[in-house]
Design a protein around this ligand. Structure first.
Ligand code: IPE
Ligand code: IPE
Ligand code: MG
Length: 247
């Protein structure tokens, strides 16, 4: 049967998602937390596919934060192994669907085998132009900004950069997201209402969508609901509603 979707307009160019609630989803079912992370991988697949279908051009998924290294060793190990399996299994699919994989975060902190496959998938999909999928791995926004500032200061000391030339665009160009537009829509699943050190610079004008739905239950219908909510908002960027009506 042909699926008829009411048109969603506009579709955000860039969506960023804090995929939260896997552990609680599993605990509610009296299962180990890793069971929730496994179900969460199926949500990743579903959401990537749906985002590609509706024409999202950049999708950034918060998969592991710099703070998540503090979790019990076994959980971290399980997450890294799920990540490796996901990357191995998805390469063909990404190529077919023209999805270019990128990574935001401290790649050097990832286990060597995970890093190897990650970099391989990034290289193999570098020519893909359909959608950019950024995985935030060992990612922390403050660390990202500090590293960007350090790099600009290094250039200043080396005489490659005049400090007076530093502006907002230049700092953006020194972050992992360089060359990509800022997120239009930030989604957080799992009911918490915080940013947890995610894209603090880049989301300064994003529309924020919080949902109680835990990540393993967030699939295509839930994404479409978030997109419809977004499409109904007026982004004023400081102007008045009346000004926008006459533009
Ligand atoms: C998000 O789910 C996945 C990661 C942070 C890796 P959680 O594991 O944080 O799940 P809750 O918040 O404990 O339910
Ligand atoms: C944020 O979730 C990080 C990811 C989704 C990867 P957390 O569950 O780690 O966030 P806090 O600790 O509740 O803020
Ligand atoms: Mg959590």
């Amino acid at each position: 049967m042909l699926e008829v979707q009411p048109e969603i307009d506009p579709v955000p160019v860039h969506i960023a998602i804090i995929m939260d609630g896997n552990g609680r989803w599993a605990e509610k079912r009296k299962r180990p937390r890793l069971f929730g992370h496994k179900a969460g991988v199926d949500s990743v697949r579903a959401v990537v596919e749906a985002a590609r279908e509706v024409g999202v051009q950049h999708l950034t998924l918060y998969a592991f934060s710099t703070e998540n290294w503090r979790r019990p060793g076994l959980e971290v190990k399980g997450l890294m192994s799920l990540l490796k399996n996901y990357l191995q299994a998805e390469l063909d699919n990404m190529m077919t669907n023209e999805i270019r994989l990128g990574c935001f975060g401290q790649r050097d902190r990832l286990p060597a085998d995970v890093r190897r496959i990650l970099e391989q998938v990034m290289a193999d999909t570098a020519h893909c132009r359909g959608m950019r999928l950024n995985l935030a791995l060992s990612y922390g926004s403050r660390a990202e900004i500090v590293a960007g500032v350090q790099e600009m200061m290094r250039k200043c000391s080396a005489g490659e950069l005049d400090a007076r030339a530093v502006d907002e665009q230049m700092l953006s160009d020194h972050l992992y997201s360089t060359g990509q537009p800022d997120p239009d829509l930030l989604i957080r699943t799992g009911g918490e209402k915080r940013l947890s050190n995610f894209l603090l610079w880049q989301v300064s004008y994003a529309e924020i969508y919080f949902t109680e739905t835990k990540w393993p239950d967030f699939r295509k219908p839930q994404l479409l609901e978030a997109l419809r909510d977004y499409a109904g908002r007026q982004r004023r960027f400081g102007k008045t509603g009346a000004q926008l009506d006459t533009e």
